[in-house]
Every structure is written in structure tokens, then in C-alpha cells.
Design a protein around this ligand. Structure first.
Ligand code: DSN
Length: 419
């Protein structure tokens, strides 16, 4: 690897300088975007390996190109490990990332115009869950439920059932991109069964927490399929996978390839295989538990310091801070302020946000990456206090410079894997 870096430095100094800059940024500051993480050095090695040279359309034992002796080994490893970790009957590990993964899942079962029941974008649903600006929203008919602000953002299942009975969806979808509560798979399954719909859980955010047995697993509740990205709480490379019942395996596989994609990225598949080996270990269970404990502690501290969380707390790895209500600034300003002191978060729309997506009313904060660096509850208390204080001192340049130095000195004590 060192030799490869030396070559890059020599032959493209501009590109190399940006790489060094990004490494330094990741080490100096604290990463609190809930969908990001620091991957394993072994994953970086697999991603930067000669598997990137190989075309491997098809599946192990059934490829369209020769020379598949080793690609079959890694894909079989990844599939087997995925099934074991998620207690699933079948796994497809080829989706290039989260959006194509969900598109392939829909297209396996739906015709254009078919109905899906999913969560509204501003309440935590993903773009691919039918946001009107996404192609999925144009192709299929998404009917979208919301969370209940009077019940700390929990879902009103009487309302979901009513919508399902009216809309008669073909898929009932749960799983979200900005939702700090747990998911009640039993309730979704009951409703789906009543209307004869398939059940799908997009657990992209909490895939690692499920793998580490810290959160419930939809496959244990009889869900038809589950999609997850591999780079969030799971700590792997950027990618996606679909887990499903055996009876759906052929449809899912055909939908991913040749339906939606061509050659899988075999360097990523190799890295996913390694990630799943890690996810099966006891160390990962401890990690997943710590992510949740850290999130509860950070959420508690933010609230103690006057922060208004959209759901009044968290059951998973993330929280959404309503910055307008908490400190009178929008999410864009809050994100930038925190960037200035080397704390990375992302601006976030809140349920039925009166503000536009590029200037929304909140920020999203999460603990997977900080936990990977070895930060614990004490560190979460420190960060929670610093966040609220920074947001209240937006015009004080001297304060911001001092805080940046403090944050960077603090981060220096927590090594970043792979850098
Ligand atoms: N961009 C991802 C997230 O941050 O949640 C979802 O696609």
C-alpha cells in the first residue's frame, strides 16, 4: 500500500494533496454524521486491490466472463456471511450502493404504477422511498405515512393500517434515513399480511446495530426482504445488499443483474466479505451496544443543555436537533458553525419542515464514527456541551477559534483506523 501511495504522490501531486488533506480532516475533527463511519484498514486494502480489474457479470458458478476462480470465492464468502450475520435465507451482495439496492428490490416485484406504503421524506423516509423528486417517485405510486409528534415521533399504526386498507399497497416499507426511534416490525407485518402486501425493511442506517444484536432484526419477524447499505453502522465499504427469504431469491437476483446493473464491483464485494467477518465477532457486538449507549448519552446532554430533539430522545444511533427552536438558527448555519470548530454534522429537514431542504430547521447527529474511534459516554457529554455552546456563540470569532483548537486537541487522543 505504501508503494501505491508513493506512486500516486509522485505521479499526481494535486490528487495526492487532496487525499492527504482529507485524511487530516478526518483525523483532526469529530465525525458525527450518523450515516458515516471509519472503515477497517483491511477494507481499504480490499478496495484498493486487483479485484477492481475484474468483470464478473452473473453470480458464482454462472458468470458471463472467464477467469472467475477467485471472484466466486469472495462472493460466496460475502453471501454466506451475510446470511449468517442477518439470519437470512438468501443474500445478494452486488448492489452498488443504497439507491440501486432499493430500486432493484422494488423492480423485482412491482410494475410501473404499483403502490408502495412508505414513510414521508421529511419524517425520515429516504429519497428512494418515493420522494417526488426521485425517479422511484415517478415510476411507482408511493403513499406516505408520517410520525406522530405527540408521541415523541413514534408511528401511529392505526393510521398506517387505515392507509394500507385504502391504498392496497404491494409493498409495505419500513426503515428510514432520519428516524431516531426503533421500528416495530410486528405491527408492519400484521398490516402487510392483512392487505396481502410484501414486507420490506430498509435498515441502511441500523444494519450494523442489527448485525451486532443491539437492535431487532426484521428477518426474525418474517419480513420478505431487508436492504442495507454496508458503509454506515456496519463499517464496511460503500455498497448495498439485499437479504430475503429463499422464495424471493431468484426474483431479487434477476432484478439486480441483469435487471438493473452490469458488472458488480468485485473489490467492494471483497471488502463486504471482510466487513461481515468482523460483524460476526464479539467485538462488534460490544461496538454496536456502545453506539447506542453513546447516542443516549449525547442526546441526554444536548437536551440538558437546552437542545430540542425532534423525537425528544433516541432509540438508535442518531438524533435530530431542531436548531431553530433550540438556538434560533437554521440547520445550514448550524452545520457550518460546527464545521468551523471541526465537528461534522449534516443539516436536516424536520417533520413537515416549513424551511426548504438546503436551509432546513435542524441538524442530524449520530455516534457510529465517534464510537469506532473509541469515544465513550464521557466524550459524548463533552461533545454535547461543546455543540450547544458553539451554536450559541455564532458571532464570536475568538470563541470559535478557541473551540476548534480544543476539539482538535481532544480528537488527537482517538486514532482513526486506517489512517
Ligand atoms: N445519504 C444517506 C444518509 O446520510 O442517510 C442516505 O442515503
Amino acid at each position: 500500500m505504501d508503494e501505491h501511495r508513493e506512486l500516486l504522490a509522485k505521479n499526481d501531486p494535486d490528487l495526492f494533496a487532496a487525499l492527504i488533506g482529507e485524511e487530516s480532516r478526518q483525523r483532526r475533527g469529530v465525525e458525527l454524521i450518523p450515516s458515516e463511519n471509519y472503515t477497517y484498514p483491511e477494507v481499504l486494502a480490499a478496495l484498493g486491490s486487483v479485484f477492481t480489474n475484474k468483470y464478473a457479470e452473473g453470480y458464482p458458478g454462472r458468470r458471463y466472463y472467464g477467469g472467475q476462480e477467485y471472484t466466486d470465492v469472495i462472493e460466496n464468502l460475502a453471501r454466506k456471511r451475510a446470511c449468517e450475520v442477518f439470519r437470512a435465507e438468501h443474500a445478494n451482495v452486488q448492489p452498488l450502493s443504497g439507491s440501486p439496492m432499493n430500486q432493484a428490490a422494488y423492480l423485482a416485484f412491482l410494475e410501473p404504477g404499483d403502490t408502495v406504503l412508505a414513510m414521508d421524506l421529511s419524517h425520515g423516509g429516504h429519497l428512494t422511498h418515493g420522494a417526488p423528486v426521485s425517479h422511484m417517485g415517478r415510476i411507482f405510486n408511493f403513499v406516505r405515512y408520517k410520525t406522530n409528534p405527540d408521541d415523541e415521533g413514534r408511528i401511529d399504526f392505526a393510521e398506517v393500517r387505515k392507509m394500507a386498507l385504502e391504498a392496497k399497497p404491494k409493498i409495505v416499507l419500513c426503515g428510514y434515513t432520519s428516524y431516531p426511534r426503533d421500528y416495530d416490525y410486528d405491527e408492519f407485518k400484521k398490516i402487510a399480511d392483512e392487505v396481502g402486501a410484501l414486507t420490506m425493511a430498509d435498515v441502511s442506517h441500523i444494519g450494523g446495530l442489527i448485525a451486532g444484536d443491539a437492535m431487532r432484526n426484521p428477518m426474525d419477524y418474517g419480513f420478505d426482504m431487508m436492504t442495507t447499505t454496508t458503509h454506515k453502522s456496519l463499517r464496511g465499504p460503500r455498497g448495498g445488499m439485499i437479504l430475503c427469504k429463499k422464495e424471493h431469491a431468484a426474483k431479487i437476483d434477476k432484478s439486480v443483474f441483469p435487471g438493473l446493473q452490469g458488472g458488480p464491483h468485485m473489490n467492494t464485494v471483497a471488502a463486504v466479505a471482510y466487513t461481515l467477518k468482523e460483524a460476526a465477532g464479539d467485538g462488534f457486538k460490544e461496538y454496536a451496544k456502545n453506539v447506542l449507549t453513546n447516542a443516549k448519552t449525547l442526546a441526554g446532554k444536548l437536551m440538558d443543555e437546552g437542545g430540542k430533539l425532534v423525537t425528544g430522545g433516541t432509540d438508535n444511533h442518531m438524533m435530530v436537533l431542531n436548531t431553530v427552536e433550540s438556538v434560533g438558527i437554521d440547520g445550514k448555519v448550524a452545520e457550518k458553525l460546527l464545521d468551523e470548530v471541526s465537528i461534522t454534522t449534516n443539516k436536516q429537514i424536520i417533520p413537515d419542515d416549513p424551511n426548504p431542504p438546503l436551509r432546513p430547521s435542524g441538524i442530524r447527529i449520530g455516534t457510529p464514527a465517534a464510537t469506532t474511534r473509541g469515544m465513550g459516554e464521557k466524550e459524548m457529554e463533552q461533545l454535547g456541551g461543546w455543540i450547544m455552546e458553539t451554536l450559541r456563540n455564532k458571532d464570536d470569532e475568538a470563541f470559535l477559534a478557541k473551540r476548534k483548537a480544543e476539539v482538535e486537541e481532544f480528537c488527537g487522543k482517538y486514532p482513526v483506523p486506517g489512517i
